[in-house]
Design a protein around this ligand. Structure first.
Ligand SMILES: [Zn+2]
Length: 241
């Protein structure tokens, strides 16, 4: 299988989908991680250019942990908009990955607009990547992949409860290894900005969803919702690992 995950910022995919991606990678599937913005506001000490360059390296190191392909779009942090350029870039990312399944943030549910717009663009790109006259460098994809949205930051602002729960107990260590590649964020930035460690929020979320499942031996869970807008792919949940 081929799997594509979209994230607005360089550590977003790791936060909510990396355990699931690691499960795909572990069984031999090909994984693509597409990061929309360069994360250039995530520092109190470095310049925009310095932190953006560092975060690109951190994202690559994280992708390398599971042998994933990194697609780095490099748009300005906190300035992701749905316009011609970004829409075409997302379409191209889908065509590069040719995914059987796509993961993305939920659209219009989170505190951060980059997350929302990333989710919206992914949703648009999934369909438009099949349309021949939406011309990009890579050819159209020949099938429409289902799209699963991850949970919103902190698991809040969800309009509905998630539908599908992936047991990531066996890949949680790998997920943390990926997340820790983003060392510029888990400490210097999150402590200064919010007074908490991002990794603590991450552990709390994955444990919360495990608790919601209430299944023996299931310690960490990532939760998803199948995009319910037309067109819906029947049986899409069978593509989850
Ligand atoms: Zn983010």
């Amino acid at each position: 299988m081929r799997v594509l995950a979209f994230g607005a910022h360089p550590d977003d995919i790791e936060f909510r989908m990396a355990g699931t991606l690691a499960k795909y990678a572990k069984r031999g599937d090909e994984v693509f991680m597409c990061v929309a913005t360069n994360g250039e506001i995530g520092s109190y000490g470095m310049s925009r250019a310095e932190i953006a360059a560092l975060r690109h390296k951190e994202a690559q190191a994280s992708a390398d942990v599971i042998g994933a392909h990194l697609i780095w779009l490099g748009y300005e942090d906190e300035m992701l908009f749905d316009n011609r350029e970004t829409r075409m870039a997302f379409i191209e990312a889908v065509r590069i990955a040719r995914p059987d399944v796509i993961f993305a943030p939920p659209k219009y549910r989170d505190y951060n607009q980059d997350h929302d717009i990333c989710g919206y663009l992914a949703f648009q790109a999934r369909v438009l990547a099949t349309v021949k006259l939406m011309e990009t460098e890579h050819p159209v994809i020949d099938h429409l992949p289902p799209l699963f949205t991850c949970t919103a930051h902190g698991g809040l602002s969800m309009k509905t409860n998630p539908q599908y729960f992936v047991d990531i107990t066996d890949t949680f260590e790998t997920k943390m290894k990926m997340f820790k590649c983003h060392a510029s964020q888990d400490g210097p930035w999150s402590k200064d900005a919010f007074g908490v460690l991002y990794s603590d929020i991450l552990v709390g979320e994955n444990k919360f969803y495990a608790g919601a499942c209430g299944t023996a031996g299931v310690e960490y869970v990532e939760a998803f919702t199948l995009a319910t807008d037309w067109p819906i792919i029947a049986g899409a949940h069978t593509l989850l690992p």
